[in-house]
Design a protein around this ligand. Structure first.
Ligand SMILES: [Zn+2]
Length: 373
């Protein structure tokens, strides 16, 4: 749900130029026609190496498909976890059942390249049958192949109970839902809170800042009485300690995007906790590389590769695929090679992680933490 790294308006000039040159190169190398679908795995060493590992991207939002998209998935040997979210401000995310129906059809048509992470409707929180309805629906989705469940930041930051309090992830009404997910051996994906900058002063140097310019409702620094980030994440942590049998993946670096030490202490404290990298790779890229490298090697079993790439209902092919290919290429270069990248106007050196660590981050951890992938 965080679009800042891949939206044109959020890119630095350097990133735009890089993408432009990638697009021009792709067009030149693959076809005389600029509108023909690119052949991603054929023309770029980084994408070839990425494809060779049979990567899994555990965090995408895909609402449609296209022969060019399916072809890209097959060329890259990539598998996706398609995550559903209820968002009452977007017409195509307002209703749950149509999203589930569409996502299941999409998964069925993907020849094994797309799996489904379902969700439940937290806006029905005050309904008397909320908990049992949610469990029934989740169980139905599991029976039809869903392999995980997502909770989103609207829990903690948007939805209020009848007393006017923001509902938190550790609310007793949610507990039977978590127990149900654990009893089915499925995984809970949690996007709780937001990057620090949402609570802080305006900071154009923060990779997420442009997101709050485009989505001011999630910028809460000026809202008196709003829950603190710590309060929201403590509720999430309570779910972890109350449910040791529940596997939880904290998406977006577990919302601790500026603090590897804090992530590390969470991973040490909660053996049922892992993180994904979705839409937060730039934070890793802008940290001291030695520290990031040591962290990823030490916690090589706990970090899942995710992007937050999306294909909204109005996506236009094949242009929509350029973000996908350039993101996969950039992330591979950062983690797997010693190449120099330009990120937010800064020179960033690739981490050259050992191959066995790359295999875990890009594939094996996903299979272990989200069985069914
Ligand atoms: Zn997302």
């Amino acid at each position: 749900m965080m679009k800042m790294t891949i939206r044109a308006s959020a890119r630095t000039i350097a990133q735009v130029l890089l993408n432009l040159s990638i697009a021009v190169l792709s067009a030149a190398q693959t076809s005389p026609s600029a509108s023909a679908p690119a052949k991603p795995a054929d023309d770029k060493p980084a994408l070839r190496a990425f494809a060779a590992i049979h990567p899994i991207d555990v965090h995408v939002h895909v609402f449609k498909t296209d022969p060019a998209f399916q072809k890209m998935l097959q060329h890259l040997h990539v598998k996706l976890l398609n995550i559903l979210v209820m968002d009452d401000t977007l017409s195509y995310r307002k209703q749950l059942q149509p999203q589930i129906d569409d996502a299941q059809a999409l998964a069925r048509s993907s020849r094994g390249h797309i799996a489904l992470c379902t969700t439940f409707d937290p806006y029905k929180f005050e309904s008397r049958s909320f908990t049992t309805d949610a469990i029934q629906q989740i169980d139905r989705d599991f029976a039809h192949g869903a392999i995980a469940v997502k909770i989103w930041k609207n829990i903690g930051m948007e939805i209020k109970n009848s007393s006017g309090q923001y509902i938190m992830a550790d609310d007793p009404k949610f507990e039977p839902i978590y127990q149900d997910i654990a009893s089915h051996g499925k995984t809970l994906m949690t996007h709780q809170a937001e990057p620090d900058v949402a609570w802080g002063p305006p900071d154009p140097s923060d990779p997420s800042w442009s997101y709050y310019q485009e989505n001011p409702r999630w910028y809460v620094a000026n809202q008196p009485g709003f829950p603190s980030k710590q309060e929201i994440l403590e509720a999430r942590d309570q779910v972890l300690s109350d449910n040791p049998q529940l596997r939880m993946v904290g998406v977006h670096l577990g919302s601790m995007e500026r603090d590897l030490d804090n992530i590390a202490s969470h991973l040490d404290k909660y053996p049922n906790f892992a993180i994904d990298t979705a839409a937060r790779m730039e934070y890793l890229m802008l940290m001291p590389p030695g520290k990031v490298r040591a962290f990823l090697i030490k916690y090589q079993d706990r970090v899942l590769y995710g992007t937050d790439l999306d294909l909204p209902p109005d996506a236009k092919f094949p242009d929509a695929l350029k973000d996908w290919q350039s993101t996969y290429e950039r992330d591979w270069k950062f983690l797997a090679t010693a190449e120099t990248l330009t990120v937010e106007g800064q020179q960033v050196h690739g981490l050259s992680l050992p191959h066995r660590v790359l295999q875990k981050i890009f594939r094996r951890n996903a299979i272990r933490w989200i069985p069914g992938l």
